[in-house]
Design a protein around this ligand. Sequence first.
Ligand code: PMV
Length: 364
Amino acid sequence: MVQASAPGKCILFGEHAVVYGQPAVAVAIDQRMSVSLALNEDWRIDGMSFHPQRHPHVEALRQRLWEGGPPLSVKILGDIPPASGLGSSAALSVAASAALRCARGRQIKDDDWAEGWTAARPNKVYDGPWEVAKGDDVEYGAQSVDEDECAILTHAVEAFAQGGRASPMDSSTCAHGGCIVLSDKVEDDLNWLYSRKLNDVSWEVHSVDLGEIDDVWLVIGSTGVHAPTSEQVAKVAALLEKQPEKMQEIETIGIVSRRGIAALMRGDMDAVGRAMSENHLLLRNIGVSCPELESLIAAAAPTSLGVKLTGAGGGGCMIALTRDPKLTSEAIELAGGRTLISKLGAAGMRVDNDENSPLWDPFE
Ligand code: PMV
C-alpha cells in the first residue's frame, strides 16, 4: 500500500482582488485529504467501480501518471468538507499525484529527472513515450515525489475539471503547505517560488515563512450555504462594470493584504487580525458577503483578533483568528455554523506510507 496526504487551505487576505492582480494570501490548514493505493483486479474507488466522469481529478492524474499501469484500488479519506472553498479537490489531487508518483517511481538520467514535471523547467511537460535506457537509475518511493510536481499537476487537473479556469492558489498551498502568496508581480521581501501561466493569465507564487505560531488559531465556520465561486467572481465583475469607482475597494484590499503579510512576517497577530477585519469590510462593499456569513462573523468577533469571510463568499465559510478557539468555535456554532479549528500554516504534501512501492515499474 502507498499512501500520501495533503492539507486544505483557507484564504487569509485578498480573495477577489487577486482576480485583478492584487496579492492574495492563503494558509494550509490542519484538515487533510489522504489517498491510498493498492494493486487490485479492477479499478475501484472506495470499494466502488471507478467512473472517470465522477472523479475527473483522479482520472486526469491517472492519464498523466499511470497510463498503461495495472488497475488500482484507490481509497480516499479526509476531513475537509467538499465545495466549501477549503481546497478539498486540490488537496485530493495533490495527495493522489504524490501517491501515484510514489507508486511508480521516477526515472533519473545523468543525475536529473528523465521524466516528470518540474518548476525548474516551467510548464514543460515530459510525458513520454519514454525511451527507457537500460541501466538508468530509478528513484522509488517517497524520494521520487516532488512538491513542485504535485502543485503543477494539480493546477493542470483543476483547470481541466473546472473548464479551463483555475488559479494556482489551491494547488500551490495544498502542495507546499505553510503560507502562500500569489500576485501578478514578484513581491519584494517574499520568497519567490515560481511563475505559473494558464491561458493568458500568469501569477507569481511566493511563500512566507511564518515561524512558530502556537498562541493563535483559526476557527473556520461554515454557513452550509453553497455559492459557486464562478458566480461570485461574475458578480464582482458586473459590479465593477456598473460602478467603476468600486475598483478603489479592490486596490484597498491589495494594500490591506500587503499590510497583513508584513504583520504575519513580524509575528504581530493583533495586526494580522485587524487587517483581516478590514479586508472583510471591503469584501462586504463589493457585495460578496451574505446574511449567513455576517451572522457567524458577528458571533465570532467578540472573542477574536479578526474575522472575515474566506474564499468566494455569498455563503461558504468565514474565518476567525483567535487566542481562544474553543470559545470562538462555540459562539459560531451557537449562531448556526459548523466549525473546524486549525493552526496557521500546516505542513504540505506528505508521503505517509511507501512500504510496497513500486506498485508498477514502467521502467523495467
Ligand atoms: O473558491 P475559493 O474559496 O478557493 O476562493 C476563490 C477565490 C477568488 O478570488 C474569489 C477567485 C479566484 O479565482 O481567485
